[in-house]
Write a protein that binds this ligand. Sequence first.
Ligand SMILES: C[S@@+](CC[C@H](N)C(=O)[O-])C[C@H]1O[C@@H](n2cnc3c(N)ncnc32)[C@H](O)[C@@H]1O
Length: 365
Amino acid sequence: MGRVAELAGVTVRTLHHYDEIGLLQPSTRTAAGYRAYSASDVERLREVLAYRRLGFGLREIADLVDDPATDAVSHLRRLRGLLLEQRDRAAAMVIAIDRELEARAMGIRTTPEDQLKVFGAQLYDAIGSAYPATRRTEPRIAARIWDALGDARTVLNVGAGTGSYEPPDRDVTAVEPSAVMRAQRPLGAAPCVAAAAESLPFEDQSFDAAMAVSTVHHWLDPVAGLREMRRVARRVVVLTYDADDTGWRQRFWLTRDYLPEFADLLVGWPSLADLTHAVEGRAEPLLIPWDCADGFFEAHWRRPEAYLDEHVRRAVSVWTRVGPEAERRAVSTLHEDLSSGRWAERNRELAALDSAELGLRLLVA
Ligand SMILES: C[S@@+](CC[C@H](N)C(=O)[O-])C[C@H]1O[C@@H](n2cnc3c(N)ncnc32)[C@H](O)[C@@H]1O
């Protein structure tokens, strides 16, 4: 054990711990009767340590290395993909830091939004702990997604977050770049790989279907990510929104009357046609029920008081991305309009609606 620990650069205590929790138990004995690591134990140790270095938790690692469907070569390929992705991410962060250093040297302060944007999933490392308070599977939306998955048995959930919308009756693998989000996946949730959509560490056509819910707008390169989903799966189902149709932004009172800054977040966002083209599929409108259980940005369209609640806002990245000033102004104006009856007067017609079309689209391919 000492020799293996020395070679692997870990302490004997670590190996004892892995043994105790059943993650890695030496399977042979020396002539003197001591427990010893076989060649396949060492192979497993290498996998465990590599996943550990990539930021996986021990429970996640146990699920990964125990998966009978993944042999040593598949693990090596997956690890290679994950490490390349980590390298690319580190390179992108160095570039972003250099840019900010340059800007600061010239006396320019970047906005909080710019600082977060360049780090991609880092946004969710910053805000993700507030997510589970109000974000969960909305059964009516889940039914549409699961229906679109057809008879897929193996499903990849990209930008999986805490696991909402993962179908319970299929073999799901999750992909989630934010360690904070991964750590909040419930016990017994599908195994989760630390990776980004733009570079999925899987071989072509490895899944029956790939799904992505409320995540595409966070990707650094949405079209590249959608093409990746198409590459690794035969069927693709994506819940996103139509940013070209400015009509619905006018119809949604929150962006129209209180938070026009929302429009800035959509600058440079690919058109629905580009997204649909990237998955080679079609876009279907998805209405939001008035009592939607998942607290995404538009969810409370008929329950305006909800937006006054800090917990509701902290679980939606839009509020962080528009910056604290816009948020404060929007919330206080809404508060005034709710108290004075102005909101009710302006939005009288909503009380009669059970669901609303606010630009959500289901891309199916
Ligand atoms: C609004 S959450 C949605 C999570 C989950 N799909 C759901 O419906 O609750 C967006 C997720 O996308 C993840 N994300 C950000 N950039 C990503 C990327 N490049 N590839 C994959 N996921 C990414 C974030 O870390 C975050 O967990």
